[in-house]
Design a protein around this ligand. Structure first.
Ligand code: PMV
Length: 361
């Protein structure tokens, strides 16, 4: 598929007004996306677990403008019930980027009402769940205007639009594992949108847990746009992009065999490499906090002593995602509560697990 297949020549139906609601999850990358070309085209393929508990719910109400095609985007944005002017520029940029693919955007006035299942100040990025929820609402309207579109097209285009809002958002449409970015060994994989992982997944990875330890809840020190741009001219960039491709190849075998030790090695190496890229760019950043390192060391000690399959990953921040299989969850959760929660800001953490994608309503 190319971008052109998401262009719309005309709509079958006319609708004056309506309202749609979608709930969309966050996701956590196992092989990381860090570095992009224009329009959120990734420099390397990535794969993620779709999450379940961390979600954004968005209601998009639309009413036909009196003066159609007045060439302005018209919308109000409410976050957790309050009008939020400061979120508007991001949405405006998103609308401008997707306008060619969603030509009804200027025909309506929109009311966007959005809320998260997790606290806004938790340091959990809401861009993946937020942008995917909004993209799904727009696709829902497109489906009302053109009811013949297939589910496959609906999901692909929702992912395609979400990508133009925030790259990793394209991995939040479906579950439970999503690949985004062209990879030679993953059929149908594309730089344009995420696809559901198409190969065999061992039972060990079903119901996988992700307990998110909130180490630092502050404002992001580096925006992801700035972060991705630091990979341009980065001394290790091309090797890193190669490595991500190799790690995804390895992960295909691991997901099939159920080898948890090999899984942990890949995800932890990916997390540390992501941070190593930030530490070795110019300007350089350290996004881990002392407590991030305390937690990592505790996890390593406990893994050594207990023989249990506890591992971690990180996103572009200080919080730690502790990943573990369902059949070891009781003991590992006990360890998290007793030993790791003390390192969280105000003792805050979120119990999440692998999820199955966005839902309407
Ligand atoms: O989607 P963005 O532009 O916010 O980038 C996300 C990048 C990481 O979360 C660090 C990695 C990933 O693949 O999700």
């Amino acid at each position: 598929m190319t971008e052109n297949q998401f262009l719309i020549a005309n709509y079958q139906n006319k609708i004056k007004q309506g309202s749609v609601t979608w709930k969309s999850p966050s996701n956590i990358a196992l092989v990381k996306y860090w570095g992009k070309k224009d329009d959120q085209i990734p420099e390397n393929p990535s794969i993620s677990f779709t999450l379940d508990a961390c979600r954004t719910t968005t209601t998009l109400s639309f009413s036909e403008k009196e003066k159609i095609k007045d060439d302005e985007f018209s919308f109000d944005l409410f976050f957790e019930g309050k009008l939020k002017e400061d979120f508007k520029p991001k949405i405006l940029t998103f609308f401008k980027r997707i306008e060619a693919y969603v030509p009804f955007l200027k025909d309506y006035h929109f009311k966007i009402e959005t809320s998260n299942s997790f606290p806004h100040s938790s340091g959990i990025a809401s861009s993946a769940s937020g942008m995917s929820a909004l993209a799904l609402c727009l696709m829902d309207i497109e489906k009302q205007l053109n009811p013949d579109i297939s589910d496959d097209y609906f999901n692909k285009k929702a992912s395609f639009l979400a990508r133009l809002g925030s790259g990793s958002a394209c991995r939040s449409i479906e579950g439970d594992l999503v690949v985004w970015g062209k990879h030679d060994e993953v059929e149908e994989s594309s730089d344009l949108y995420g696809i559901k992982y198409p190969y065999q997944v061992h039972d060990n990875f079903k119901k996988y847990h992700d307990t998110i330890l909130l180490v630092d809840k502050g404002q992001k020190q580096v925006s992801s746009t700035v972060g991705h741009n630091l990979m341009h001219g980065h001394p290790f960039a091309s090797k890193r992009f190669e490595q991500a491709n190799e790690n995804l190849s390895k992960l295909i075998d691991v997901l099939k065999s159920g080898d948890l030790n090999a899984f942990i090695e890949i995800i932890e190496s990916e997390a540390l490499t992501l941070h190593a890229m930030m530490m070795t760019s110019l300007p350089y950043f350290i996004l881990m906090k002392p407590n991030t390192l305390e937690i990592i060391n505790k996890i390593w000690e406990f893994r050594q002593e207990s023989g249990l399959h506890i591992g971690f990953t990180l996103d572009a921040g200080a919080n730690v995602h502790v990943l573990y299989p369902e059949n070891e969850a009781v003991q590992i959760y006990e360890f998290i509560k007793n030993e790791l929660v003390a390192y969280c800001k105000n003792g805050h953490y979120i119990c999440d697990r692998i999820g199955f994608g966005a839902q309407k309503g």
